[in-house]
Design a protein around this ligand. Structure first.
Ligand code: IMP
Length: 199
């Protein structure tokens, strides 16, 4: 198990060799589903950048990419419950086969917001590809078309996912284990978010 600053521990959950095979399988599925057509991948910054980079190179179709940025997590491990658009798309998606590429589906608030915004822009199709899915934390129901891995309710980093902007460069997806004092400092915020019934 890797150790990092302030006694934070990183426990590998999904090794990069396993991720690579699964990303190839998801890309094959997309290639089959859109045979003969172009797909337009939209990466949700910043967490999806590594997944998108690997995925797009395995898709055997005409592709284009764009990025959108939202903020829902302040600087730590808990969602603020509010989604804000930080960077919009560079170009129109009208008439395109859009695949929204997300690193992880957790409460569903981010994707719920993005799907609402993007569907108003009249894409031909709008699908979701998420590397990871944490179904136990869902607040908003989301239909996912392509999911890499279902994972337990753990905070994970690596392969693009961060904790306070760190660990995105890890090749494996790892569980971030905090020292007890930091973990308990995060708990009141988590409870406040749940009891507010964020919409
Ligand atoms: P949701 O809106 O709660 O579904 O959260 C989606 C976003 O929260 C993701 O795009 C991530 O940026 C972030 N997130 C949720 N869970 C984790 C995690 O375990 N590690 C890192 N980021 C996470």
């Amino acid at each position: 198990m890797a150790r990092t600053g302030r006694k934070i521990k990183l426990k590998p959950l999904i090794r990069h060799t396993v991720i690579k095979k699964r990303v190839q399988a998801v890309a094959r599925q997309i290639t089959r589903d859109f045979r003969g057509q172009r797909v337009h991948l939209i990466g949700v910054l910043k967490g999806s950048c590594i997944f998108l980079a690997d995925l797009v190179r395995e898709i055997d179709l005409e592709t284009s990419i764009d990025f959108i940025a939202v903020s829902s997590y302040a600087r730590g491990k808990e969602s603020s419950g509010q989604v804000r658009l930080l960077k919009d798309l560079d170009s129109s998606i009208a008439g395109l086969n859009v695949i929204l590429v997300e690193d992880i589906l957790d409460t569903g608030l981010t994707l719920n917001y993005l799907l609402r915004v993007l569907s108003q822009r009249k894409p031909k199709t709008l699908r979701v590809a998420a590397l990871l899915d944490k179904p136990s934390r869902r607040i908003k129901k989301i239909r996912t078309d392509y999911v890499g891995f279902r994972i337990p309710n753990e905070f994970v980093v690596g392969y693009g996912l961060d904790y306070a902007e760190r660990y995105r460069n890890l090749k494996d997806v790892c569980i971030l284990q905090m020292p007890p004092d930091e973990a308990s400092a995060a708990r009141p915020l988590r409870q406040a978010i749940r009891s507010r019934g964020v919409s």
